[in-house]
Write a protein that binds this ligand. Structure first.
Ligand SMILES: [Fe+2]
Length: 307
């Protein structure tokens, strides 16, 4: 694997050690006192997520107790045969009785989520592993509560850039900046990952590698950055209460976004951020592709007669 180049952005923030760890192990944790997002803004992010969760589900949530009423998911549309196979492999609970849901399109919800996505340490580390070509792919929050099963015995281990063809190199096709909105602990349902797995270049680990997965334990306010090739999943939450993980998912400019951020980001949204210039770049609104004009390239015409 080629080496990545430490950028001016990394040097000016003094976060070289996190860049090195990210390159070496496929994941790094930037603590609150280094990412500098700040306690007060983190409080506001959490409050807005809890309010949004209530608005979407009709159920109240608290950090200490989780959902205060019982939740049920719509029955997923799965062919009968696939359902039988799931049940036979003891994986049905992960699909039929999930203990988490995703709040999507947060950059539209409030400026604070755009400012979170703009965090200088996060953007610098993303640009570091994408050779300066990072863009936003989606900004979503996992709301997860108590449930012994979680993703089941496999911990759901996978690489996020699995949709892109192999062989993969050092430059990430996608990468994740996950913000811990609550403390991440093993029994609290922390992110799981296999150190160094980004160098193996495979979409998912063989089943005998699950034993190598370790929890990413980190206090609230921490920023976890991991390469799109890093095998990761999550441990089940064995305690009451909530684990909130806000995923600012990035893509290399050459890849499609998950959410149509380039098409759905307005000039007003860009202006209403900590750093409109950087937000304009990472949202991808000015990118050459995909073009929306009738013709994006110059067209020649019959030369006008002279003399
Ligand atoms: Fe993932």
């Amino acid at each position: 694997m080629d080496n990545l180049t430490v950028t001016e952005g990394i040097k000016s923030l003094g976060i070289e050690q996190y860049a090195e760890e990210l390159e070496e192990t496929g994941l790094t944790v930037v603590p609150p006192e280094v990412n500098n997002f700040g306690e007060a803004r983190m409080d506001e992010v959490v409050k807005r997520i809890l309010d949004r969760a209530k608005a979407m589900t009709g159920v109240n949530f608290t950090i200490e107790d989780g959902p205060l009423e019982e939740l049920e998911f719509p029955m997923p549309k799965i062919p009968e045969k696939a359902l039988e196979q799931l049940k036979a492999s003891n994986m049905a609970d992960a699909i039929l009785k999930p203990t988490q849901f995703l709040i999507q399109k947060l950059t539209h919800e409030h400026r604070i989520f755009r400012d979170l996505a703009l965090n200088p340490a996060s953007v610098a580390l993303q640009n570091f592993i994408m050779a300066g070509q990072t863009r936003l792919s989606s900004v979503n929050c996992f709301v997860k509560w108590q449930g012994d099963f979680g993703y089941g015995p496999t911990l759901g281990l996978h690489a996020d850039q699995a949709a892109t063809p192999t062989p993969w190199g050092a430059v990430a096709h996608s990468a994740n900046s996950t913000w811990c909105l609550t403390d991440y602990t093993l029994d609290g349902g922390a992110l799981a990952y296999i150190p160094g797995s980004h160098k193996e270049g495979r979409p998912a680990p063989p089943s005998d590698r699950v034993k190598d997965a370790i929890p990413v334990e980190a206090p609230r306010g921490s920023l976890i950055v991991f390469h799109g090739a890093t095998w990761h999943g999550a441990f089940p939450r064995k305690e009451k209460g909530l684990r909130l993980g806000l995923a600012v998912y990035h893509r290399h400019a050459a890849n499609l976004p998950q959410e149509d951020i380039p098409g759905l980001t307005s000039d007003a949204m860009i202006a209403d951020t900590d750093d409109p210039k950087v937000y304009r770049t990472i949202s991808g609104v000015d990118d050459k592709f995909p073009y929306r004009e009738e013709q994006s390239e110059a067209v020649p015409h019959l030369k006008a007669a002279t003399g």
